[in-house]
Design a protein around this ligand. Sequence first.
Ligand code: NZQ
Ligand code: ZN
Length: 391
Amino acid sequence: MENFEFYSPTFFEFGKDTENKAGELVKRFGGNKVLIHYGGGSVVRSGLLDRVKSSLDNENIPYVELGGVKPNPRSGLVYEGIDLCKKENVDFVLAVGGGSVIDSSKAIAAGVVYDGDFWDFYQGKRIEKALNIGTILTIAAAGSEGSPDSVITKEEGMFKRGASGDAIRPKFSILNPALTQTLPSFQSAAGITDIMAHLYERYLTNSTEVEVTDRLIEALLLTMKHEGPRVIENPDNYDARANIMWAGMMAHNNSCGVGRSQDWNSHTIEHELSALYDCAHGAGLAVTMPAVFTYTMNHNVMRFAKAAVRIWGCQMDFEHPEVTAKEGIEAFRNYLISIGMPKNFEELGAKEEDIPKLVNVLCRGDGREGTISGFVTLNEEDCTKIYKMMV
Ligand code: NZQ
Ligand code: ZN
């Protein structure tokens, strides 16, 4: 196990009706004037936004609103949010929605207290300071409710990039699994896929002797394997939704990623797909992961074989561990298809002729020098082959 620091100070309020505590929590974490940030309208239709506003009213906390965050959130609305917060003297950003809304909120919170262009953070500058953030999560997926990360797409060039810093970890996150019951089945499945990706990308490590985190990841993957289909079959299954929601937080607040190197090649390769085609991040991952895993499998075939046995119940073939490893990848792929995820470029809405463009932005964009690195370092030729495997 490698040396690590772990700091995860988010306060979680979990369970039914907890959104009614929004006002109380904003007050507890020092908010005097709030920006309520939300997406394309699901929180308006469900009545959640009204309940959140009442909760703030009950505590006499004034607020302004900014809706319209799109999935794969854009920089344009972030600039708008920064201007609004400055004009209205906002000191607390309350995200009501999914990962996209939370990430946009984090970008605004960091941008308000920064003199330069907030995009600097998405080009590698660490976020050291931000307004306080709270979240009310409506989809179990990105894990942004407990993570120090934000992913934004810059409209010019459609660069989708991430920024990080403990300053943007939410001060509190309200997790009411019942709020996720209105999700369309496709979005639930995309969320499940993303959560499993966050676990797999940590499982694929070059570190040794990391049994505690290996076992935590396996437990969470087994939970997702069990609960995912229950939610797809019955969207109103509160308990399955509850287990998935907490697994989604644990998958990405890095409690199971400490002390080990991590992969993230699948995420990096996927982000170009959701940037270019505006597809759901989870759906892009469903197509990307089996290709990346198959391509990189021989780097450490026993790690894939271990996942195959421990997660997917495959029989270990000690003479040919690569056979077991492949069976595990195939089982994962079939699982993702069974919950309604796309299996190839066509079903995702991606085009083979765009591969050179995808590879160019992936490997050369933003100062990258021809490679991306994670579990394995991949060059342009590798990435071209991987995208072709997805066709
Ligand atoms: O915009 P509205 O109308 O709210 O609709 C959303 C959106 O269309 C809808 N939705 C959310 N909750 C709902 C609902 N519809 C009905 N009922 C509900 N309860 O679902 C759609 C997708 O929402 P979005 O926020 O985009 O989903 P998700 O949470 O998957 O976030 C995806 C974004 O997070 C980034 C992804 O790249 C992507 O941009 N990620 C962020 C990470 C982080 N900050 O740590 C890590 C992840 O790996 C990921 O990259
Ligand atoms: Zn993800």
